[in-house]
Design a protein around this ligand. Structure first.
Ligand code: ADP
Ligand code: MG
Length: 405
């Protein structure tokens, strides 16, 4: 079965349409530092506004504990959305209470309202299906139809993603359709050579994808925090670097499997070792077996791939026809450790083929380092969701919209 798209809902003029977006943007001191997810939501919202629908947007932001928490308010997002849409966006100060009721009742054709953070309500992420269903029913009362467009959450069985889609006539928005088109190109006969680059800090989350990808790719490049579990598996000391000691055996298994399959797991040859975690840390470049071989001994930590590795990785990426990259190569937020991530991003902009960047921090990294979205084949709004897709896992938020792998 294929995904139900917007057209399947028929004419939406005058209808109240609830749109689940992923407006989970990074904030610093109440300001949005990367509005990529807001911009990615615009095509569906504009399509609905142009049809004369009454648009009710719902989203989560961060991880509040099922209760209102001002630091996770969507208020700054409502303002940015209004700027980008070029029209007022009414912001409701609650999700299903009087504020939301008033905001939705006041909507006229083509108007837009944004309700407060879904996760201020325990029902959104509850493990109890009955609680999620009850919360979804409250949301459903605000709409005649539901459009699911928060690609970053389709791997979650949450009230606004799953139960709400069952409670109303529902379809996928354009962002989800676009994301799926690209991911299908990565899983169904990608042009070769096909390289996958993995990094970042959510090591245990990401190791799982390796087992599934190995038989499908030509090379797998490993950087970021994940790298040190590989080095430990090879018997190298890693100082105070990020390490998942309980995953060392899993990683040994991957190295053996890669050999058997003839796939290259390409590990760095050098790393940037720092005296501490901080922008003012001292740092030196060392070969991968020399991380503890500095004046800081075992307290030194690897915070970026080294220049030799950057050059090797960049050459493999440039020679590939398909590349998927998830996870920064180093702690790019700190200037001295951003070079590895920058050179990988640069190489990805130069490939002759499809280059995909996936992951919240990876997308934020390429923008923070001065690249434009248009320089890449695709920047995915979903990190966990795209990885789970590539792993071949079932995604409840897509299945409920008619999609089957
Ligand atoms: P994404 O959101 O793109 O999926 P992750 O959330 O897994 O990526 O990881 C992003 C984080 O990884 C960044 O904040 C970055 O600082 C961190 N990181 C990258 N390399 C290292 C490293 N060597 N040690 C510690 N953290 C790292
Ligand atoms: Mg992240």
């Amino acid at each position: 079965m294929t995904l139900r798209t917007l057209e399947s809902l028929g004419s939406l003029a005058g209808a109240r349409v609830i749109v689940r977006c992923d407006l989970n943007v990074p904030l610093k001191d109440g300001r949005i530092t990367d509005d990529g997810r807001v911009r990615a939501s615009l095509p569906t919202l504009n399509a609905l506004i142009n049809q004369g629908a009454r648009v009710v947007i719902i989203s989560h932001l961060g991880r509040p504990d099922g209760a209102p928490d001002a630091q996770y308010s969507l208020a700054p997002v409502a303002q940015r959305l209004s700027e980008l849409l070029g029209k007022p966006v009414t912001f409701a100060s609650d999700t299903t209470g009087a504020g939301a009721h008033d905001a939705v009742s006041a909507l006229e054709d083509g108007d837009v309202a944004l309700l407060e953070n879904l996760r201020f309500n325990p029902g959104e992420t509850s493990k109890d299906e009955a609680e999620r269903t009850a919360f979804a029913a409250k949301l459903a009362a605000f709409g005649d139809a539901f459009v699911s467009d928060g690609f970053g959450v389709v791997h979650r069985k949450q009230a606004s993603v799953y139960e709400l889609a069952k409670a109303l006539p529902s379809a996928a928005g354009q962002l989800i359709s676009t994301e799926l088109d690209v991911l299908e190109r990565l899983t169904e006969s990608p042009e070769r050579p096909y390289a996958v680059v993995l990094g970042g800090s959510k090591v245990s989350d990401k190791l799982g994808v390796i087992g599934h990808l190995l038989p499908r790719v030509d090379s797998l490049l490993v950087g970021g925090g994940m790298l040190f579990t590989f080095l430990a598996a090879l018997g190298h000391p890693v100082g105070s670097s990020l390490l998942e000691a309980d995953q060392i055996d899993t990683v040994k298994g991957y190295l053996a499997k890669a050999k058997e399959l003839g796939v290259d797991i390409v590990l760095p040859t050098d790393v940037v070792v720092a005296s501490k975690f901080g922008a003012d840390a001292e740092h030196v470049v060392r070969p991968i077996d020399g991380i503890e071989d500095t004046e800081w001994g075992a307290s030194g930590l690897g915070l970026d791939i080294g220049p030799e590795t950057s050059a090797t990785f960049a050459a493999i990426i440039r020679a590939a026809r398909t590349v998927f990259w998830n996870g920064p190569m180093g702690v790019f937020e700190l200037a001295p450790f951003a070079a590895g991530t920058k050179s990988i991003a640069q190489a990805l902009t130069e490939i002759d083929g499809l280059g995909v960047v996936g992951g919240g921090d990876s997308a934020a990294a390429v923008r923070a380092l001065g690249f434009d979205d248009e320089q890449f084949g695709h920047i995915s709004t979903g990190g966990g969701a795209s990885l789970e897709f590539l792993e071949g896992k079932r995604l409840p938020g897509l299945e409920v919209l008619g999609w089957q792998q």
